[in-house]
Every structure is written in C-alpha cells, then in structure tokens.
Write a protein that binds this ligand. Structure first.
Ligand code: NAD
Length: 389
C-alpha cells in the first residue's frame, strides 16, 4: 500500500516563486508557510500583485526578496528567470480563477513545476490541455486541495481502501459557512471577484467551497462520478453567481450522495464535513475538529480515532508535534507541499515510478472538480436536469 503522507525531505530546497498572494490576499500566506515549513522550497522570486508597485514593496519590505526578483507580471518573471542559472524551478499560482489557465500554461512552457489554486480553470477542456502539456514536459502539477492532506483523512482513505467499512453506499459532502449571508462584498475585493462569472467562472460557492469535500471524497474512496443534478441560488440577489447550492451525485458502481455548499448558512463557521457510509461501517470527518476521525462499525456506537495514536494505520501515522497537541490547516498544507516537492524531485531525476507513487491533490482531481462545476451550472440552469460528467 502506498504511503499517503511522506516523511522525508529534499536535501536542497527547490527555487520557488509565487504569482499572486500579495499583501492582504487570503491564501498567499498559506502557500508561503506550507512551502517553508520543511525547507523543501525557498522563495526567491515573485509577481505578487496585480498592482506592480504594491507587489514590489511587498516582496522587498515584507518578504525580504531582492528587488530585481520582484517582477511586475508573471510573463516578465518567467522569461527573466529562465535566463538565470539559479532561476526558479517551481511556481505557485495564487491568483483569481480567471487567470489560472494562462499563467499555468506559460509556466509549463517555461519548464516549471506548477502548484495551482482551485478551481483550476473555467472549462474541463482547458484543464485537460494543461494535463497533457505537463505530461509532455515531465512537470508535476499539484492543485491545492489542502484539507485532504490531514493525517485523519489518510486514515479514512486507508480504512476505505482496506475494506474496513465495506462497499460504499452513501457519501455526504458539505461545506457551509455564513460569512456572506448579507451583501458584504462592497468592502471585500476578494469576494467581489468570487461572485462574478468573469473572474470566478461558472460558479461561486460550489467551486470555492464545494470542490473541497468533493476532492476529499475522491481521494478517500477513489469513486468516480457518473452524473449529477443541481439546484443553486443567489439568496443575496445582487450576486451574479450562487451563494448556495445543492447537488445530488450518482457515482459509478452504485454509490450515491449529496453535496451542499453554502456561504449564507447563518451560524455556520467552517462547516466542512464528509460522511462515508459503507455496508459495514461509517466514517465522519469534520474540518473544525480535524484531529479526529469518527468511526462507527456496524451495530456499535461512534468512537473517535485520534491523530498520531498507535492504533492508526501506518500510512496515517505522520505527526509533527506528537499526539494530543492539536495540528491544523498549516500542518496539512505543509504535508501536501512536501509530497509535491518529492514528486518534483522524482520527475527531475526521471524516476517515473516514484513520481507516480506519491499521493497529493493533482490535476486529475482538478479536472473532476471543473467537470463537476460545468455540470452543476448546466443542470441548475436547465431546471435541475441530470447531467453526465
Ligand atoms: P484574493 O483576491 O484575496 O488575492 C488575490 C491576489 O492575487 C492579490 O494579491 C492580487 O493582487 C493578486 N493578483 C490578481 N491578479 C494577478 C495577476 N494577474 N498577477 C499577479 N497577481 C495577481 O484571492 P484569494 O482569496 O487569495 O484567492 C486566490 C485563489 O486561491 C483563488 O483561485 C481561490 O479560489 C483560491 N483559494 C483557495 C483556497 C484553498 O483552500 N485552497 C482558499 C482561498 C482561496
């Protein structure tokens, strides 16, 4: 069985750059923390901001980079770095959704490994094109579905793959919060782009939140979606895209399930949950208590399985600070970034077997996410008809 979370590190850090993730951005600091946690990457360059001057000041004053490696845009960065002997080897793309495709494409053409934010692209066709390009260039393409790198999720995966809960019957996926229950976007640029088609793509909350448990279910069960049926709505009516969406999911092989994504669930904070019900047992995972996986074998009550305990499968026994001390999202992201770095090193030494054996959220996960979102939009906009993926 393949170890999900690897423990070794690289001897020499990869020379790393970021596009986006500038001052005040939501997700930029997650990437920087995750990349630097195990010294597998060293930030040496960036095009951090749509505003070139602000990006330069951020890179120099707050990140301590050389001014000549803080670039006004990604094209200048890729071209200039390609000419340096110590040029960048990997780039993380942490910009709004509408920009991912072009930047990722250009990065691979400059022979860079790519770590990109989600949803990856607006269309599945674009994502498939990136996959093919990355394959041609022997580049690793990671996509930052960071929640799936918690050790408790690794335990869930092992339990499902070893048959502990039997054949899967039902999967319930949820990611609901209440931060956007009122029209708050006037003072929030990060939300303004998220609720418009031009910058966000075919969906808002289904893509922003819903694709996280979707990817987690895929990683744990390996099941593929056959078809879906979706209802969605903008309850804050001035939004172009939905702030709440419900999806029924039919998997290949007989399992079915539901996915609910919401930004208007008053009282919910970070209510990402996944429940997997099999013929012999049930697993529940909740983002607000990520150090525990709940498990009920048939005819017995639920019990918590705690991170870092000796009763877990070896594949899930990875910890940074020992049992009992809570680990959190930064740790999960660091696990993900580490696995991606090891895959990149394997690709660079043309060790395809090792590269293929390392598990991290990858472009296939991203392609399923984009297909799912395209299908959701098509279904919801056509009286919730069933759409095959
Ligand atoms: P944000 O609006 O807070 O920040 C975007 C940053 O990108 C800003 O610094 C902006 O100046 C910069 N930028 C925009 N266009 C650029 C360009 N062409 N070149 C260089 N910089 C540019 O957005 P965010 O919330 O950080 O989201 C960014 C991406 O991350 C989105 O795709 C979003 O869906 C994703 N995201 C993922 C997670 C996760 O858990 N994986 C969490 C939050 C956001």
């Amino acid at each position: 069985m393949t170890t999900m979370i690897r423990k070794e590190n690289l001897k020499t850090p990869l020379r790393w750059a970021q596009v986006g993730g500038g001052k005040g951005s939501q997700v930029g600091c997650f990437h920087r923390d995750a990349a630097h946690r195990d010294d597998n990457y060293k930030l040496v360059a960036g095009a951090f901001d749509i505003d070139a001057e602000r990006g330069l000041r951020f890179g120099v004053d707050e990140l301590g980079l050389d001014a000549d490696r803080c670039y006004p845009d990604y094209k200048t960065m890729f071209d200039t770095e390609a000419k340096r002997e110590d040029g960048i080897q990997v780039v993380s793309i942490t910009t709004p959704n509408s920009t991912h495709y072009e930047i990722a494409r250009s990065a691979i053409e400059h022979n860079l490994h790519v770590i990109c934010e989600k949803p990856l692209t607006f269309t599945a066709e674009e994502s498939l094109e990136l996959k093919e390009l990355a394959k041609q260039h022997n580049r690793v393409f990671g996509v930052t579905y960071g929640y799936s790198s918690y050790p408790t999720v690794a335990q869930a995966r092992e339990m499902v793959q070893r048959g502990d809960i039997g054949k899967i019957r039902v999967i319930h996926m949820q990611f609901s919060h209440g931060f956007h229950a009122a029209r708050v976007e006037d003072n929030d640029p990060g939300l303004q782009w998220r609720v418009t088609k031009k910058a966000s793509g075919p969906t808002y909350v289904l893509g922003d939140c819903g694709t996280h448990p979707l990817q987690m279910a895929r990683m744990i069960t390996g099941l593929e979606i056959d078809k879906i049926c979706c209802m969605r709505r903008s309850f804050v009516g001035t939004r172009e895209l939905e702030d709440d969406g419900h999806v029924m999911v039919q998997y290949k092989g007989g399992a079915y399930g539901t996915l609910w994504a919401s930004a208007v669930a008053v009282g919910h904070v970070h209510n990402q949950r996944i429940e997997i019900i099999g013929e012999k047992g049930t697993l529940q995972w909740w983002d607000e208590h990520p150090n525990q996986l709940m498990y009920a074998p048939i005819n017995e009550p639920f019990r918590p399985l705690d991170r870092a305990m000796s009763y877990l499968y070896e594949e899930a026994r990875f910890e940074r600070i020992g049992a009992g001390h809570p680990e959190g999202l930064y740790d999960a992201w660091a696990n993900m970034y580490r696995n991606m770095a090891l895959a990149m090193a394997a690709a660079d030494s043309d060790d395809q077997a090792t590269k293929a054996s390392i598990i991290y959220p990858n472009i296939d996960d991203a392609i399923e996410g984009v297909r799912f979102l395209e299908a959701c939009a098509e279904s919801a906009d056509n009286e919730s008809k069933w759409v095959t993926l």
